[in-house]
Design a protein around this ligand. Structure first.
Ligand code: MN
Length: 295
């Protein structure tokens, strides 16, 4: 069994741009043991009033890792200097490989801006192994219809497989290191046994509901459960209808040097990233907007 190591309560929030009221659930500078996962931001749940002005975060760079955006409610538009763009709504996932670098912007869709409503998004940063840090940028829109779900017996709920595998079902995301990313919905009173790989990092983030882990530890909404790398089996029992993100991956055992939007292996590579940004080698913002902010 994978033992519970710790449970982390929600911390103070901050805004990313004017569109994303986030709580940072974990960050690699404080919890490097969660490798290959670097950071998790939980935006919302927040109710936005109808507006005529699009909210979001303007052009900013990334290099050396991937951003995985999971939408629960609301709609997010994305555009980057590598030529990718798209819209994701409830149930959709965007798996963006920044790799060698790009600039991008993330905004509420025009329709969501006009209608307003409930907004809730997770953004997970996944590290890239050294050999892939300078890979060309890649964009995988994983729409709700592309993400297979295992329907649990006895109307217990379902497990959507975003990456990796669950119960013989393979997720659509292409990854650079072995990762299982599961969107679990468990009905109150029901139980789920997960087989998370021994030796892999494992963490659970509870978005909604109350979950008893391994029959013993209660995790509530907005809490992060960090599990031991050894052992494999983890049981969840929902006390209230629960939504849980399961993060399970092979650790990347390499040095990390990170600053803001860049996560590399050495300080020298961080300095190079800033030099490359200034010289336009991460991409050039299209004519229509010129403002670049670093967040
Ligand atoms: Mn970003």
């Amino acid at each position: 069994m994978k033992k519970v190591i710790s449970i982390h309560r929600q911390r103070a929030g901050h805004w990313v741009g004017d569109g994303f009221p986030v709580h940072t659930v974990f960050h690699y500078q404080e919890q490097p043991e969660l490798s290959p996962f670097l950071l998790l931001d939980h935006a919302g749940p927040h109710h936005f009033a109808p507006s005529s002005r699009q909210r979001g975060v303007d052009w900013h760079p990334h290099r050396g890792f991937e951003t995985v955006t999971v939408v629960y409610d609301g709609e997010v538009d994305h555009r980057d200097t590598a030529g990718h763009g798209g819209r994701i709504g409830a149930g959709d996932v965007q798996w963006m490989t920044a790799g060698a670098g790009l600039l991008h912007k993330e905004f509420h869709s025009p329709q969501f801006t006009r209608s307003g409503g409930r907004f809730e998004v997770l953004q997970l940063w996944v590290n890239l192994p050294r050999v892939a840090k300078m890979t060309p940028p890649r964009y995988q829109p994983l729409l709700v219809r592309d993400i297979p779900a295992a329907v649990l017996p006895e109307r217990s709920g379902k497990v959507r497989v975003i990456a990796g595998e669950f119960a013989g079902i393979a997720g659509p995301a292409r990854t650079f290191s072995p990762i299982n990313l599961l969107d679990v919905r468990l009905v109150a009173g029901k139980r789920l046994a997960l087989d998370l790989k021994a030796g892999y990092t494992a963490a659970l983030y509870v978005l909604q509901g109350d979950v008893v882990v391994n029959g013993d530890d209660l995790a509530r909404a907005s809490e992060l459960v960090v599990l031991d790398r050894s052992g494999a089996e983890v049981t969840l029992e929902a006390r209230a209808d629960a939504t849980v993100m399961v993060m399970n991956g092979q650790p990347i055992d390499e040095p990390i040097a990170g600053y803001g939007p860049f996560v590399m292996n050495t300080r020298q590579e961080i300095q190079q990233a800033f030099a490359d940004l200034q010289q336009g080698r991460l991409g050039v913002v299209p004519e229509e907007t010129k403002e670049v902010v670093t967040v």
